[in-house]
Design a protein around this ligand. Structure first.
Ligand code: FAD
Length: 153
């Protein structure tokens, strides 16, 4: 083991591109979770994984921890929404794990990377799946409210 190294990704905070038709966004790892949903809100899309730290946590951190949240009960945790990860590996090489194809051939190294807590490398670009906003949202504060408020889908 060599000397420890601290890497800060705070300034890697750009949404690099959004393909609304394909519902895919390429982002840098320092993009805040909530900022991504805000950036695509005007397209009727959002990024579904919503840890309760979403105002402060980053997509890179979400990938490293395979973060979940309330929406994940319906849509799945972070791993379900990560299509590809460009990462700098411990030997300094840069690899893209996964891809945008529906069924990327080969071993699922993207799946190994998600949840690996930074032990496999440093994510530098991430392709995430975007989810259409629901057409109707209903909010209720009690069970009796809920019985009166039935959204028509
Ligand atoms: C108040 C609060 C509420 C929370 N709620 C939830 C919740 O509802 N659901 C949930 O799952 N978690 C939750 N968490 C835990 C945490 O917020 C999440 O796990 C989040 O995904 C971490 O993201 P972060 O940007 O804060 O990462 P950090 O804490 O900065 O890093 C977490 C790990 O990811 C690694 N990492 C960060 N960036 C990269 C990168 N670019 N490449 C490789 N590795 C990287 C770090 O080395 C570290 O091991 C909560 C935390 C807090 C403080």
């Amino acid at each position: 083991m060599g000397d420890p190294l601290v890497i800060v990704t705070t300034r890697l905070n750009r949404v690099l591109g959004v393909d609304a038709d394909a519902r895919v966004a390429w982002v840098e790892p320092g993009v805040l979770n909530l900022d991504l949903s805000r950036a695509v809100q005007h397209l009727g899309l959002h990024y579904a994984p919503d840890p309760s730290s979403q105002q402060a946590c980053t997509i890179g951190g979400n990938v490293a921890t395979n973060a979940g949240g309330p929406h994940c009960l319906a849509y799945g945790v972070t791993g379900t929404h990560v299509l590809a990860v460009e990462a700098v590996l411990p030997d300094g090489s840069v690899e893209t794990l996964g891809g945008l194809a529906p069924d990327t051939p080969g071993y699922d190294l993207r799946g190994c990377f998600v949840g690996s807590e930074g032990t496999m490398g440093v994510a530098t670009r991430i392709a995430v799946r975007l989810t259409p906003d629901p057409r109707i949202c209903a909010r209720s504060s009690s069970i009796s409210d809920r019985s009166r408020t039935r959204p028509r889908l």
